[in-house]
Design a binder for this molecule. Structure first.
Ligand code: NAP
Length: 551
């Protein structure tokens, strides 16, 4: 028996394991992948790169680690992140407690024993007082609704289940579905190699140039010298990781409070400055960008003007101009040469709103008005986000209550961390926490530390079970919804809202208040004796600080 079972060996699971070990607790980690890395293990598609900057998208818990690790570019590639996570696993000797290629299928709470019983698809069965879900927000691939897909005789490549061996598109006619962050990253890279690339676009998205470049060693040296200050900024949500501290300090305030009434030259000046600096930081340029539709429209107009300026063919440019949602309400994309790629003679855009798919046939895609012959199909069609990984397990809490039942009208949590009828079960970066609206590593570290502190508190006080109180869950969920409804986010029809999955309840899932406000809310909860949580003294006990070795 262990003190805790952790599900997932991505950034969250690894750090959770490290923290628990540091407290003298025992843990077993189950991971469906063949190695550590989580989302970065699976998403190895061409062009995969994080859109948070390297120096920020990394753990802060070890000063030695953050000083030692050398990042290559402003934005890290998927292979580089995977190497980094592998290095962390080795450096802190984490692998010995991880069992790979084991997908957790069920987790059931045994009330009499106050234990979670976890079962994997390989037949492992293990029990522990605590179960910590570190299952990621974007880890369940979504199968697109494309009739006849199974009949296609060429290669089918899903970006989020990309093969480990090299895929070669040289000389081939490739089609891609999906123009979200993933598609937008992979399209320019595939276009470089394929004979022909046809992009089947259902919804045009806003994308900002990454302005990626190799990191300047002098910049890195200065950044690392002031790492603690950078990390402090990140934890308060003041920095997305870009630039030096002076830039961060200047950008604490948006350049313009609103674009609604600003002169056009002023909007152009500000947006151009942010555009040329590059990255998702663009979204912080205007104070009310995510709350004022008129202001948002003027910034969206700026981006549409950029697209028209970059793309030579006016009809293609028009099709690439997003019109279905306010900018930022679907996750902003960050690209390298995305719009320029449509100026290549081997790249063709098909607007599915004008030319819907009738069926996928063995040799290509049948549209209402034409047939596109293809050798390979790439599916960059997204995820069942935030709740998908949790709900595909059979999780049962008090009285055998299923999580699926508790969340039938959408996820409800206290702080994104717990659900009332599921004692001793934690969700790292769960729905109701900043998660996907933040630098995930920053949020993961905060959530993991909060959970570890709770376990420490329980051990000190002799508590054996913790539950979120229903009234605390109700109040937090209402606050999450109220905050979201004061913004434009719910207008996006995005995966944040579950809108990409048929039949999924339309509930805005992440907490939009920012990591700083969220952190303060957690600190206030802890300071008031973990307000909103109910602790009980019932068996079994946590092991002593020296630790008992698990089976
Ligand atoms: P996504 O944003 O959900 O995009 C999925 C795309 O597939 C959309 O364009 C969608 O069109 C299209 N699609 C789905 N079903 C379709 C169908 N049947 N026919 C035609 N098109 C279809 O998924 P994603 O691009 O994988 O990104 C998900 C999230 O992962 C991102 O928002 C981001 O948070 C994260 N991510 C981050 C990075 C990074 O750090 N750089 C990279 C990749 C992903 P509709 O919009 O019309 O539904």
């Amino acid at each position: 028996m262990f003190d805790a079972i952790i599900v997932g060996a991505g950034f969250a699971g690894l750090y959770m394991l490290h923290r628990l070990r540091g407290m003298g607790l025992t843990a077993r980690v189950y991971e469906a992948g063949g190695d550590v890395g989580g989302t970065w293990y699976w998403n190895r598609y061409p062009g995969a790169r994080c859109d948070v900057e390297s120096l920020a998208y990394s753990y802060s818990f070890s000063e030695e680690l953050q000083q030692e690790w050398e990042w290559t570019d402003r934005y890290p590639t998927q292979p580089e992140i995977l190497r980094y996570i592998g290095h962390v696993a080795d450096r802190f000797d984490l692998r010995r407690d991880i069992r790979f290629e084991r997908r957790v299928e069920s987790a059931r709470f045994d009330e009499a024993e106050c234990l979670w019983q976890v079962r994997t698809d390989q037949g492992d069965q293990v029990r522990a007082p605590f179960c910590i879900m570190a299952t990621g927000c974007l880890s369940v691939p979504l199968e697109p609704d494309l009739p006849g897909l199974a009949d296609f005789t060429g290669g089918i490549y899903r970006t989020n289940l990309w093969p480990h061996e090299a895929v070669h598109f040289g000389g081939r006619r490739v089609g891609i579905f999906g123009t979200g962050s993933t598609g937008i990253q992979s399209i320019p890279v595939i276009a470089d190699e394929a004979a022909q690339l046809t992009v089947f676009q259902r919804t045009a998205n806003f994308s900002i140039p990454a302005m990626n470049a190799p990191l300047d060693p002098e910049f890195v040296r200065e950044f690392k010298a002031r790492y603690p200050e950078h990390r402090a900024h990140q934890r308060l949500g003041l920095s997305m990781g870009s630039g030096d501290l002076e830039v961060v300090a200047r950008d604490r305030k948006p350049a313009l409070s609103t674009a609604e009434s600003a002169p056009q030259e002023e909007i152009d000046r500000v947006c151009k400055a942010y555009w040329s600096r590059g990255g998702a930081h663009f979204m912080t340029s205007i104070g009310d960008l995510m709350s004022n539709e008129a202001s948002n429209r003027r910034v969206a107009d700026f981006v549409r003007a950029r697209i028209r300026a970059i793309v030579n063919d006016p009809a293609t440019a028009e099709a690439l101009c997003p019109t279905t949602h306010p900018i930022g309400t679907k996750r902003i994309c960050v690209d390298t040469n995305y719009y320029d790629t449509y100026n290549r003679s081997n790249v063709h855009l098909i607007d599915l709103r004008k030319h819907p798919v009738k069926a996928i046939e063995p040799g290509g895609v049948r549209l209402a008005d034409r047939f596109v012959e293809l050798d390979d199909l790439v599916l960059a069609t997204g995820f069942d986000a935030m709740t998908g990984a949790l709900l595909r397990m059979d999780i049962r809490g008090l009285g055998g209550r299923r999580l699926k039942q508790a969340w039938r009208e959408g996820p409800r949590t206290y702080l994104g961390l717990m659900v009332p009828d599921f004692p001793n079960l934690f969700t790292v970066t769960g729905p109701g926490s900043p998660s996907v609206l933040s630098n995930m590593v920053v949020s993961i570290e905060q959530n993991v530390n909060f959970i570890a502190d709770i376990l420490g508190h329980m051990r000190e006080q002799g508590y054996r079970s913790i539950r979120a109180k229903p009234e605390a869950e109700a109040a937090w969920t209402a606050q999450v919804n109220r905050l979201a409804n004061a913004t434009l986010y719910p207008k996006g029809g995005s995966w944040y809202l579950g809108a990409n999955v048929e039949g999924k309840p339309r509930v805005f899932m992440p907490y939009v208040g920012g990591v700083g406000a969220y952190r303060k809310a957690c600190e206030a909860v802890a300071a008031e004796n973990y307000r909103g949580f109910d602790f009980q003294r019932s068996p079994p006990a946590l092991s002593s600080p020296s630790g008992t070795q698990g089976a």
